[in-house]
Design a protein around this ligand. Structure first.
Ligand SMILES: [Zn+2]
Length: 453
């Protein structure tokens, strides 16, 4: 990609330049080719390349690093007058990839079947490439915000929780990343239902309440099973009960999602049951991985430990339960749901990790701008507000700037939500070229809509 080196100003944002899509795709290929598997991450080389592009287009750039090899990039483009700040947010670290499981090189960035293949194509180097290509094209053309500031914040270390990335930035340097509006990952995927197209708008994230489920017994020599009281055998029936999840609950954000997709009023527990049944009938996958997690507490056992010795009957057995809760829920709600699910009281719960979920209000200038962009891009299409089951950098920005509108949105039309969701963190991760181009156009067009007087 070539950016103008002279910082001319005074050009109004027009239609996206024809080269924008191709620039975004080329940048994505390049980003995939730089291995940023976290751990160890090593995001520095990639961040330097992005900084060079943004600097050449007249962004003020700064690298802020908790560890030298793992910097975060903060780039800003000031407007002609005071006003709000819009942040295009993205992370450039990825999860690992096992070459043997892939059809193509996970770090090749090849184009085949009209897709860009590679680790991070969907999560989330594709969005980062679209954001940066759009920002460079805008600023390079001489465009400046009419009011306010356009920021591009590219973080390291998202995949392991952001301790060196967004969390560190928001907690240690809030003045550098202070913002009113954020566009991040987690939404924008197309859903088709009943002849209509919807794009998810992620306006919240579930919280985490991980706990140890523990049973106790009495140790003894394993050669005489009757001599002890085996804690592991007492744990097993409890684990078996977790096949059943806690019942769905009429959580406000989940009802909003069902109402948008079904295009009808959905309220109360009975209304929720009917709506979920209707959705499940034609879209079982969408219901299972997107709708149901928005409607309550989920429990997934991920680790078990008991005796340290092969020949000793365990006196203590523990299972780690990865529990995800709707925004606003905490340990008390989890204890209640678990109590209703398990039999008896011969177990203990010990919470090991708690992160409160977060949401952003949906009535905001940014949500309005996204909504009108969607209607213009695809007449008849609408937004479906959603809550992510997982966790992203949005959480740290909501915590640091409670009044900010923080959304996950990167339009993705060619590949439906039900096709892309199983590819994230999996083998053969890939993104359609057309979706990278569409996203670049979105990130090019949205800043002038919300940074105006
Ligand atoms: Zn991600």
């Amino acid at each position: 990609m070539r950016a103008k080196l002279t910082c001319v100003e005074g050009v109004a944002a027009t239609a996206a330049p024809t080269a924008l899509g191709a620039d975004a795709v080329r940048l994505l290929q390049r980003l995939i080719q730089i291995d940023t598997v976290n751990p160890p991450g090593n995001e520095r080389a990639l961040q330097l390349e992005l900084m060079e592009l943004l600097s050449a287009a007249c962004f003020d750039c700064e690298l802020l690093a908790a560890e030298p090899e793992r910097p975060n990039l903060v780039a800003s483009l000031a407007g002609r007058a005071d006003g709000p700040t819009l942040t295009l947010l993205g992370h450039v670290d990825t999860v690992r990839a096992d070459r043997d499981e892939w059809t193509r090189d996970p770090w090749g960035g090849e184009i085949a079947d009209d897709m860009v293949w590679g680790r991070g194509a969907l999560d989330m180097k594709g969005q980062v490439a679209s954001e940066v290509a759009a920002a460079v094209a805008l600023a390079g053309s001489g465009w400046r915000p009419e009011a306010g500031t356009l920021m591009v914040v590219i973080t390291a270390d998202e995949e392991t929780g952001g301790a060196l990335g967004a969390r560190w930035l928001c907690e240690q340097h809030p003045e550098k990343v202070r913002t009113d509006m954020v566009l991040n990952e987690g939404g924008g995927q197309a859903i088709e239902f009943d002849g209509r197209t919807l794009f998810t708008l992620s306006a919240g994230e579930k919280g985490i309440c991980r706990f140890l489920l523990r049973t106790r017994g009495r140790a003894g020599h394993a050669s005489q099973p009757g001599i002890g009281d085996n804690a592991l055998l007492k744990l097993a029936p409890h684990l078996d009960r977790l096949h059943r999840q806690p019942p769905l609950e009429p959580i406000e954000q989940g009802l909003g999602f069902l109402a948008a997709v079904l295009d009808e009023e959905v309220s109360g527990a009975a209304g929720m049951e009917r709506a979920v049944a209707r959705l499940r009938e034609s879209e079982p996958e969408l219901t299972g991985h997107l709708a149901e997690p928005m409607l309550g507490v989920t429990l997934a056992p991920t680790r078990v430990s008991a005796s340290q010795k092969a020949n000793v009957i365990p006196s203590v057995a523990e299972a780690l339960i990865d529990c995800r809760v709707p925004p606003g829920y905490g340990e008390a709600e989890v204890r209640e749901r678990v109590g209703a699910l398990l039999d008896g009281e011969d177990y203990e719960l010990e919470f090991t990790e708690t992160v409160v979920g977060s949401t952003s209000k949906l009535d905001s200038p940014l949500a309005e701008a996204i909504s009108s962009w969607v209607s213009a891009a695809e007449p008849g299409a609408a937004l479906a507000p959603s809550v992510m089951a997982g966790f992203s950098d949005s959480n740290w920005f909501r915590a640091a700037f409670p009044d900010a509108s923080v959304y996950g949105f990167c339009p993705q039309r060619e590949m439906l939500e039900t096709e892309s969701a199983p590819l994230i963190h999996s083998a053969d991760e890939r993104v359609p070229v057309a979706d990278v181009e569409l996203a670049a156009r979105f990130f090019y067009e949205i800043p002038s809509k919300v940074l105006a007087r």
